[in-house]
Design a binder for this molecule. Structure first.
Ligand code: C2E
Length: 924
């Protein structure tokens, strides 16, 4: 509770009043006390005097007991005296009491009356006359009257005092009002300054100096405030304007009245909706989005999201705040509407929603963990994949899924990659809830805080167990030879490339061995593919057994193998390895009751001596293998410059062969065939010759393989057929009839679809019957595709063309097939004939061949007969015919004609035949 008055004047007046009042009361108290004492003292003195006077006056009367006189005297004493009663008490106790005038009722308070009574005791006077006591006179004071007098005096005194107090106070109030009125003036001036009505405060000249100083101080402060706050206000205004401008740029601002009519729109509003301000003002705000549940009359701030459609139809989203503005009567005056464009956020949110939906329904398992790999979310596919529900894994570590077989290192590597800001991609084994391991492909991405620190990890996971199995199978198929389990050619290349890099780094050498299995084809043909496969597997094991762990052996396909001998390019060491392989493969292969023998030749290339690249090294090894095969089975040949040279030459020959047809370089020689029965020339074998312009004559053994490889043999062979047929026609024209000419056919030629046609045409063109031709097929030709060969042979035979099998005994024809071949002739290779008389092996083979031919009812022709001993031996074996230098080398056509004519009548003289006189040649 506030006791003090609000106004300063009143406060000072109150203070002065209180002080004056206290002083007045104190003075009054002192005055009244003195007055009281004086009155009491005076009364008592008067009473003494009165009683003395009464005593004197009654002296006589008492003596005479004149009570009337006494009465009268007493009555006189009571007149104007402040006594209530006067009493004469005689000695005999006679009591004469006279009462004074009745005292009017006193205004004095009781306490004052009692006080007076206490102060003024009765006054007694003994009446003694002549020494004799006659009695006592007693005066009783009229205390109430005396108190009344005192009270009346006091009241008067107080009245005066209060009057003086009131006057003093009024004077003080007046003076203060005047002096402090300047303060009011100061206040008004201050308000005027605040209102900006005055610049400086005008001071009255007679104003008190303190007020003047205060006014000056205010003036100075006002000045300073004006300066200070003026600039602050300016800055504030600037700032407000800038903020408004910024707000106008950032937000759509509008105002609307309680009727929801727009009263203000900023530029952004117009720009955003594409409508002019003029059209917008007065328009309903609700056309431009919701303004809250209570519409335009909302009493409180409303936040919400609204969407606007622009004039061009685009939908925009805004975060809207509607702020009501009230007037002084708290009535809603208008509302300010502020819209922030959140289209991007809304779209992002929608995208996020879609994304969440996509994640939820994703076919990939998705797991989200915090930075400590604590799982926060997994999608249904994750549960389907792992068997764990979201509730089971939430709050658990991602390591929950770790499979025993996945080392912890893997996870460390993942964290390292993720911490360095990379997305981790990889695959490793995880464990399902039921404990089963599965291969899981993962892409782990980081969601980072603004400062780049990882906040969450998103794991996109896929069960790739099946795929990996398939990939492993594909890989096996792609890199492993399924039959032998050895790396295939591709894997070999990869390993060889690695080895090459290492060898380059370490300055080491290594060797590549290239080889195939001789006679493998015949094993295949003889025992079937099953056995062939077993042989390949067994051969692979044997080869591996010859190598160290660090070496690599690969099956390139068919019966081709290659080996990498690491860490050494020492020819001695490498040739030891090659030897071991050759020996291992030459040992018998047993399959149940069957046995097979194969051999191998090995071509070797050394790094870095022979080449610096794998492909080149392989080429070198291949060339060396080619040479090894030439040198005979069971040999290992190191690549050399000589081989390279030979190869180059071979390539040059191949090139030259392509242009040889149509030139004069190719021609035929004819080697006569002699009947051992009568020594007559029964036919000839056409032998191809190549007279190279610079290299001279090149033998068919040299160029025919090249022609075969380049497939030139087909057109060349066609040329041979035509040339032979022409030649027979010419011979016939020259009178040399009945001549059968044998033509060598290579395998490729035989397989050529045009062969039959070519022969038919050549015969027809020259008017020849088919029986004048014999086709010589090598044994190897028949091996490759026996059924087809038999078929074609049959067709030739049906035409009347004879068929001879050449070089028999070199290969490994299945006798069963031989039996089925529609052959006419079996030719004994000159390799067996050469040492026939000295080498029991060759002798045995020839015996066997002769027996075979007889069994199959084939005529026998022996090649390469050079000596009489061979001749006689063959005759003894009942061989039908021979070829050989013993009687004729291959001859040019003209020479062959001459030869035939020379021996036409008697034939060539055979050692066992009787010598006959020369006869004239007659052929035809
Ligand atoms: N040391 C010695 N050799 C003798 C003797 N008698 C004949 N020769 C040679 O033995 C080979 C016989 O031919 P081949 O076995 O069919 O072997 C032939 C044949 O397989 C092939 N050839 C020749 N001409 C042709 C042809 O036109 N087409 C095809 N495809 N191959 C042919 O070339 C091979 C070699 O032919 P040539 O070098 O002409 O060698 C011929 C011939 O000159 C002898 O007493 N001693």
């Amino acid at each position: 509770m506030r006791l003090l008055p609000r106004s300063l004047i009143n406060r000072i007046t109150l203070l002065v009043g209180v002080v004056l009042l206290l002083l007045a009361l104190f003075g009054a108290a002192l005055f009244l006390r003195g007055m009281f004492k004086d009155v009491i003292g005076d009364t008592q003195e008067n009473a003494q005097m009165v009683i003395e006077v009464v005593a004197v006056a009654v002296t006589d009367s008492v003596v005479v007991n004149d009570y009337d006189a006494i009465r009268r005297t007493l009555e006189k004493a009571l007149v104007r005296a402040p006594f209530e009663s006067a009493v004469f008490i005689a000695m005999d106790a006679t009591r004469l009491e006279v009462l004074g005038h009745a005292t009017p009722a006193s205004d004095a308070p009781g306490w004052l009356i009692r006080r007076v009574e206490n102060e003024l005791a009765e006054v007694n006077r003994a009446i003694t006359v002549g020494g004799r006591d006659y009695g006592v006179i007693r005066l009783n004071f009229a205390a109430a009257r005396i108190a009344g007098n005192i009270w009346s005096l006091s009241l008067h005194a107080l009245g005066l005092l209060l009057g003086a107090f009131a006057l003093g106070l009024a004077a003080v109030r007046l003076a203060l009002g005047q002096w402090l009125g300047y303060l009011k003036q100061l206040g008004q001036a201050g308000r005027q300054v605040i209102d900006g009505q005055i610049e400086t405060i005008a001071l009255d000249a007679d104003a008190p100096s303190e007020v003047k100083q205060a006014m000056e101080a205010i003036s100075r402060s006002t000045e300073s405030l004006r300066t200070h706050f003026g600039s602050r206000i300016d800055a504030l205004m600037d700032s407000l304007v800038q903020q408004k401008n910024a707000m106008d740029e950032a937000a759509i601002v509008s105002e609307f009245d309680p009727a929801a009519r727009l009263t203000y729109v900023n530029d952004l509003f117009c720009r955003t909706v594409g409508v002019s301000r003029e059209q917008l003002i007065g328009d309903l705000i609700t056309r431009w989005g919701d303004v809250g549940p209570e519409g335009a009359a909302a009493p409180a701030v409303w936040h919400g999201e609204v969407s606007l459609r622009r004039r061009d139809g685009a939908r925009l989203y805004f975060q809207r705040t509607v702020v009501p503005i009230f007037d002084t009567d708290k009535a809603l005056q208008r509302q300010i509407c502020i819209d922030f464009d959140v289209t991007g956020e809304v779209k992002a949110r929608n995208e996020l929603r879609k994304l969440s939906l996509a994640v939820e329904n994703s076919g990939s398992a998705i797991m989200m963990t915090d930075a400590n790999a604590i799982i926060g979310y997994v999608n249904p596919q994750f549960s389907a994949m792992t068997g764990y529900s979201l509730a089971e894994v939430k709050g658990q570590s991602a390591l929950l899924l770790r499979a025993e077989s996945t080392p912890l290192d893997t996870y460390e590597q993942i964290w390292l990659a993720l911490f360095s800001g990379h997305t981790w991609r990889g695959e490793f084994a995880d464990r399902r809830k039921d404990g089963a391991e599965f291969r899981c492909q993962k892409v782990i991405s980081t969601i980072s805080h603004g400062n780049g620190a990882p906040e969450q990890y998103v794991w996109v996971m896929e069960d790739v167990t099946d795929r990996i199995r398939s990939e492993e199978t594909i890989h096996r198929l792609a890199f492993v030879d399924t039959l032998t389990g050895l790396p295939n050619r591709r894997a070999f290349r990869a390993r060889a490339d690695e080895l090459l890099k290492m060898a380059r780094r370490n300055d080491e050498g290594f060797a590549i061995l290239y080889f195939d299995l001789d006679r493998f084809k015949s094993v295949n043909d003889r025992f079937g593919h099953g056995v062939g496969d077993q042989l390949l597997s067994e051969a692979s094991r044997r080869i591996q057994g010859c190598l160290r762990e660090v070496d690599v052996v690969s099956r390139f396909g068919g019966d081709e193998f290659a080996a990498l001998i690491t860490s050494t390019a020492d020819p001695v060491e490498v040739s030891q390895v090659a030897r071991r392989i050759i020996d291992a493969l030459e040992a018998v292969f047993a399959f149940g009751d069957n046995e097979a023998f194969i051999s191998t030749s090995i071509g070797i290339a050394l790094y870095p001596r022979d080449a610096a690249e794998i492909s080149e090294l392989l080429r070198c090894a291949d060339l060396a293998l080619y040479r090894a095969k030439d040198q005979g089975r069971g040999t290992a040949v190191f690549f050399s410059q000589a081989i390279e040279h030979e190869n180059r030459e071979r390539m040059e020959l191949e090139h030259a062969l392509r242009n040889v047809l149509g030139s004069e370089q190719l021609f035929l020689e004819y080697q006569p065939k002699l009947s051992l029965r009568d020594g007559r020339v029964i036919g000839a074998e056409a032998l191809l010759r190549w007279q190279h312009p610079t290299r001279g004559r090149i033998g068919p053994d040299r160029f025919i393989p090249i022609a075969e490889e380049s497939r030139m043999i087909v057109p060349i062979g066609r040329w041979v057929v035509r040339s032979v047929c022409q030649q027979i026609r010419e011979w016939r024209a020259a009178g040399m009839g009945g001549m059968q000419v044998a033509i060598n056919l290579s395998g490729l030629q035989f397989k050529s679809e045009t062969l039959l046609q070519d022969i038919v045409e050549a015969l027809a063109e020259n008017g020849l019957e088919a029986s004048c031709l014999e086709l010589e097929l090598t044994e190897s030709l028949t091996i490759e595709n026996p059924e087809q060969t038999i078929e074609l042979m049959k067709r030739f035979r049906a035409m009347g063309i004879s068929i001879a099998i050449d070089d028999f005994g070199q290969g490994h024809s299945a006798l069963a097939y031989l039996k089925r071949f529609p052959l006419n002739t079996l030719k004994i290779d000159r390799a067996f004939v050469r040492d026939l008389t000295t080498n029991p092996d060759d002798e045995a083979i020839v015996h066997m061949l002769v027996a075979l031919a007889k069994t199959l009812n084939l005529s026998l022709v022996a090649e390469g007969v050079e000596t009489v001993a061979q001749l006689q031996y063959l005759r003894d074996l009942d061989v039908d015919a021979i070829q050989g230098y013993w009687f004729s080398r291959p001859l040019l056509a003209a020479d062959f004609g001459a030869f035939c004519r020379a021996h036409a009548t008697r034939g060539v003289h055979l050692p066992w035949a009787p010598v006959e006189p020369p006869a004239t040649a007659q052929i035809g």
